[in-house]
Design a protein around this ligand. Structure first.
Ligand code: NAP
Length: 155
């Protein structure tokens, strides 16, 4: 089943809340004439997924941040918008893959380095960039079926 209340909750927080907070912060930065917005986002937004509202909300965030960055550019203000594309760490824990899991210090270190460099977008940790890239490139018939398992009968 797909209960609407779960999607609505995600949209309320990750879309409505995110946009309202970002707008508010951006306005404050415009008033003070400079600033940097560090937005924790997810590579889940690269493509749709079974957790529809979550994936879509992360795509919304990436798109919104891009727009804010363009806005700052046009206003000729030194405002940096950094989209921090985190890997799917919970999923990596679940899959028990050390390859995609990194110590929290590495995660924090890579975020800080990117912020100091004023990056527009950063993948944390770096190897998740490859996962994001593959996810984007996979043809629909593979992307949509690779986790497919036949349902057990009965039980
Ligand atoms: N965990 C991962 O593997 C992963 C991967 C990629 C990206 N991310 C991103 O990282 C961010 C945090 O994820 P997480 O896994 O750390 O999630 P989490 O453990 O569930 O933490 C969510 C945080 O958001 C706060 N929050 C939720 N609803 C709120 C509301 N209505 N108003 C104010 N605060 C609210 C919670 O506050 P309370 O503690 O007070 O409830 C909590 O501090 C998210 O943007 C997520 O997309 C996480």
């Amino acid at each position: 089943s797909l209960p609407w209340s779960i999607d609505q909750h995600t949209i309320d927080i990750n879309v409505m809340g995110f946009a309202a907070a970002s707008q508010c912060i951006f306005k404050l930065m415009c008033e003070q004439g400079y600033g940097q917005l560090a937005a924790i986002n997810s590579i889940a937004g690269q493509r749709g997924g079974p957790n529809m509202a979550y994936h879509a909300s992360k795509a919304f965030a990436a798109n919104y941040l891009q727009g804010l960055s363009m806005h700052a550019q046009r206003l000729k203000l030194p405002i940096t918008i950094t989209d921090i594309q985190l890997g799917l760490f919970d999923k990596a824990v679940h899959l028990r893959t050390q390859l995609l899991l990194s110590p929290i210090d590495n995660v924090a270190g890579q975020i800080l380095t990117a912020l100091k460099k004023g990056k527009r977008r950063v993948y944390v940790t770096k190897r998740w960039r490859i996962v994001a890239w593959i996810n984007r490139l996979l043809p629909e018939y593979i992307y949509n079926t690779r986790h497919w398992k036949p349902k057990k009968k009965g039980g």
